[in-house]
Design a protein around this ligand. Structure first.
Ligand code: GLY
Ligand code: MN
Ligand code: MN
Length: 431
């Protein structure tokens, strides 16, 4: 759990980076209608969640460093017995002050009356422009309504500052990410334990998501990918409608969201519990690439080392199998493996699955630092219609993905709870 104290510390840290005489405005995500009076599940704007943990729509957080009457102000929906009967509990402005440690709170309906007064006389506004066209328009109308020299003249990108804060996880964030990783690992074990030829992709998805929800996760962190056979070659395959036949591999990429933090695990295994020769050969290359990449992740190493090592191992492996032909160094130089390994080795992970934070600083890959969390997810995908590849390799797809947190000396595997060695997978599947 993230305490009110930690949220307060995050807001203070953000305010300490803001230049004098400024104001920050963070708007909630808009609700989206699915049909008539049915809405899509609501997902709060991540930076608002990060800064105060408030999960209701129609809310706005305003930060004014140095303001005597309070620096953190939350606008939110008022208590309303009728609406609460239909749509659920509302915290209300009084509850916001009591439970979210903001200094003051007002009904969202008062935003038009109060916000122009808070903007007046400020030199700059920290705000994420371009995320919500409606709110952008409102903000511009408030600013333009002030006019003259009292109106703020400068907009600063708020997201960039918050995103850099989010990149380095605190101890309490790491604890939640460990839990997200453990639950997701258990879900993958459950799917392996239940898998058998003839099962449908959606049935494995159901097993995975059952474990997520039964363990207290709020949702999948992204749409679960369950690709049997050649469907594994489609990187973002989410239909999950087909039957998985004897002799096929299945690639499952699924992770839960637990208290706002994501996990992102991929495992690939034979639906009948026994890797064939070809499946084993491809699998072992991907595993070797992943293990070697994880061994390189430590403070001081550049972000791209993981990607480079996966390209080197995969290229060598594909040459050894005769799937690529030529001099390994030249093939690496030409990025020849891109036909079979077309994504990079991973991404930042946190409150969002593809989490925020720059990968490069001034054009150079940044170095790892303790508290960063990332995925390591090499893969080999041999399309069913791949040219110049022997038939026996066609339609094979393997990805192995784990989540690691950079420590003082190396990295911690947050998703080690699900096996990835072939022998361990076969043992688990044998029951
Ligand atoms: N699950 C999406 C990804 O692995 O990046
Ligand atoms: Mn990923
Ligand atoms: Mn993934």
């Amino acid at each position: 759990m993230i305490t009110a104290k930690e949220y307060t510390a995050r807001r203070r840290e953000l305010m300490s980076t803001m230049q004098g005489n400024s104001i920050a405005i963070v708007a909630a995500a808009a609700e989206k209608v699915r049909s008539r009076d049915t809405l899509y599940p609501y997902k709060q704007a991540t930076n608002l969640s990060y800064l105060c943990g408030f999960s209701e729509p129609e809310s706005v957080l305003v930060l004014i460093p140095g303001r005597d009457q309070g620096e953190s102000i939350l606008f939110c929906r008022e208590k309303d017995k009728l609406r609460e009967t239909w749509d659920g509990y509302r915290v209300g402005p009084e509850g916001a002050v009591a439970d979210y440690a903001v200094d003051d709170a007002f009904p969202i309906g008062d935003l038009d009356d109060i916000l122009p007064g808070l903007l007046e006389g400020k030199e700059r506004v920290y705000y994420a422009i371009g995320k919500d066209a409606d709110f952008d328009r409102h903000l511009m109308s408030w600013v333009n309504g002030i006019g003259g020299s009292s109106a703020p003249g400068e907009f600063v990108d708020l997201d960039h500052i918050v995103n850099e804060m989010r990149l380095i996880k605190t101890a309490s964030e790491l604890k939640l990410m460990r839990q997200a990783g453990e639950i997701s690992a258990r879900a993958h074990c459950r799917a392996m334990g239940i898998a058998k030829p003839g099962i449908y992709e959606y049935q494995l998805q159901a097993e995975i998501e059952h474990e997520f929800m039964a363990s207290g996760a709020t949702a999948p962190a992204y749409t679960s990918i369950v690709g049997g056979g050649k469907n594994g070659c489609i990187l973002h395959y989410i239909e999950n409608r087909e039957k998985i036949n004897n002799g096929d591999l299945v690639l499952i990429d699924a992770g839960c969201e637990y208290e706002n933090y994501a996990a992102d695990i991929t495992r690939t295994f034979p639906i009948n519990g026994k890797f064939s020769r070809e499946q084993a050969a491809i699998y072992d290359i991907v595993l070797e690439a992943q293990v070697q990449a994880m061994a390189k992740i430590a403070p001081g190493a550049a972000y791209n080392v993981a990607n480079e090592i996966t390209i080197a191992v995969i290229t060598q492996g594909l040459v050894d199998l005769g799937i690529l032909n030529g001099d390994v160094s030249e093939l690496i130089e030409q990025q020849a493996c891109k036909e079979f390994y077309m994504h990079s080795s991973g991404h930042w992970l946190g409150m969002d699955v593809h989490d925020v934070g720059d990968y490069k600083i001034d054009g150079q890959w940044r170095d790892f630092e303790p508290g960063m969390v990332l995925t390591v997810e090499p893969g080999i995908y041999i399309a069913p219609d791949s040219k110049n590849v022997a038939d026996r390799w066609r339609g094979l797809a393997v990805r192995i993905e784990d989540n690691v947190a950079v420590t003082k000396t190396g990295c911690e595997d947050l998703t080690a709870g699900v096996p990835k060695k072939r022998s361990e997978i076969e043992l688990l599947m044998a029951g």
